[in-house]
Design a protein around this ligand. Structure first.
Ligand SMILES: C[C@@](CO)(OP(=O)(O)O)[C@H](O)COP(=O)(O)OP(=O)(O)OC[C@H]1O[C@@H](n2ccc(N)nc2=O)[C@H](O)[C@@H]1O
Ligand SMILES: Nc1ncnc2c1ncn2[C@@H]1O[C@H](COP(=O)(O)OP(=O)(O)O)[C@@H](O)[C@H]1O
Length: 311
């Protein structure tokens, strides 16, 4: 009986975009990107257990508010499991349990991490041995950020963000993330970016931003990386959520080396000199923004992997 078989748990990381260069709107509704993703040590754990019907439960960990997570066929983890089953000809439903540490709709790709972890957990449960490239191809059909959730570490993303090349990095980078209560819709932020640019805008051109980020990562130099952080969606995110400008300023005033909006926001990522410095920045910010809105983490973190088999 399927109910007696053990489940499989997989873990996948959140991400921050160290560089997010947004090109023109394409005919398919996406934008060409040049981005540098870094996976960080905030995680999603997804447990897949054989069941009589498809289902999902979600639990918030470390104070994560999961009220915005859909529990129906729109859930990215459930969509991922069903897509893998369909492509592999598996007819065994699973129940998924998601333990979320990553803020919802925060620009840190928590939903994509859920999809990545669900793919890895179900692939192991069903003993499919699909391989990373095969899972990443499936993941790209679910969302542009899903392949990076599978790969993890640090990578340059091109196309709509799904084409990945690893980046050489030295050492660890230490982050403070400032969460915001208002979730920002990714398509809305891209649309606001287009609106701000206007119809005559033709492209960002070559400006050396990618090379500066790559050099800082290769040297393991947090000061150089802080100076090189940039996000073309930041102005759009700040227009839709004006309080983010104050959060960026407060982060710099609290001693962060650099501050950037994470992806389409509204989470703000602050880079610190060391793990101790990150804790100090968080301690200075706690009375300003509230302790519950702060998370410290380090990167690069590894991509989606099986954690354990549960009895
Ligand atoms: C902005 C980024 C930066 O890493 O992250 P988040 O802020 O969402 O975490 C990503 O590009 C988000 O990727 P993801 O959240 O997977 O988006 P998708 O589901 O693929 O697309 C949702 C919508 O965002 C817009 N979109 C997304 C990716 C892209 N390269 N161009 C776009 O214009 C499109 O309107 C698309 O319909
Ligand atoms: N497993 C999931 N976790 C979170 N959000 C999900 C999930 N599945 C679908 N969603 C939808 O995707 C939206 C954005 O998800 P999320 O990945 O948390 O943020 P972002 O795209 O900003 O990084 C949510 O607002 C929610 O409606």
């Amino acid at each position: 009986m399927s109910e007696n078989r053990p489940g499989v748990t997989a873990r996948a990381p959140a991400k921050v975009n160290l560089l997010l260069q947004v090109g023109p709107l394409r005919d398919d509704g996406f934008h060409d990107l040049v981005t540098v993703f870094q996976a960080v040590s905030l995680h999603e754990d997804v447990t897949a257990t054989p069941a009589d019907t498809w289902g999902i439960t979600v639990e918030g960990a470390g104070g994560t508010d999961v009220s915005g997570v859909p529990l129906d066929g729109r859930n990215l983890a459930l969509r991922a499991a069903r897509l893998l089953a369909e492509r592999a000809g598996v007819e065994e439903p699973v129940h998924l349990h998601v333990r979320k540490e990553v803020p919802v709709a925060g620009g840190m790709a928590g939903g994509s991490a859920d999809a990545a972890a669900a793919l890895v957990a179900c692939d192991a449960l069903w003993q499919l041995r699909t391989g990373l490239d095969g899972l990443a191809a499936l993941g790209a059909d679910l969302g542009s950020d899903v392949p990076f959730g599978l790969h993890g570490r640090t990578a340059v993303g091109t196309g709509r963000g799904e084409q990945l090349v690893p980046v050489l990095t030295r050492g660890a980078f230490h982050w403070v993330f400032v969460l915001d209560d208002t979730g920002l819709s990714t398509p809305r932020v891209f649309a606001e970016c287009d609106r701000q640019r206007g119809p005559g805008w033709t492209g960002p051109g070559a400006d050396g931003r990618l090379e500066a980020v790559e050099a800082a990562l290769r040297d393991g130099d947090p000061r150089a990386l802080a100076a090189a952080l940039s996000n073309d969606l930041a102005d759009a995110a700040c227009a839709l959520a004006p309080q983010l400008t104050r959060t960026l300023d407060a982060g710099r005033a609290a001693g962060a080396l650099g501050a950037v909006v994470s992806g389409s926001g509204p989470t703000v990522a602050l880079l610190a000199e060391s793990a101790t410095a990150a804790r100090d920045v968080a301690a200075v910010l706690a009375p300003v923004v509230g302790e519950g809105r702060l998370r410290t983490a380090s990167g690069p973190a590894v991509g989606a992997r099986v954690l354990e088999a549960v009895a």
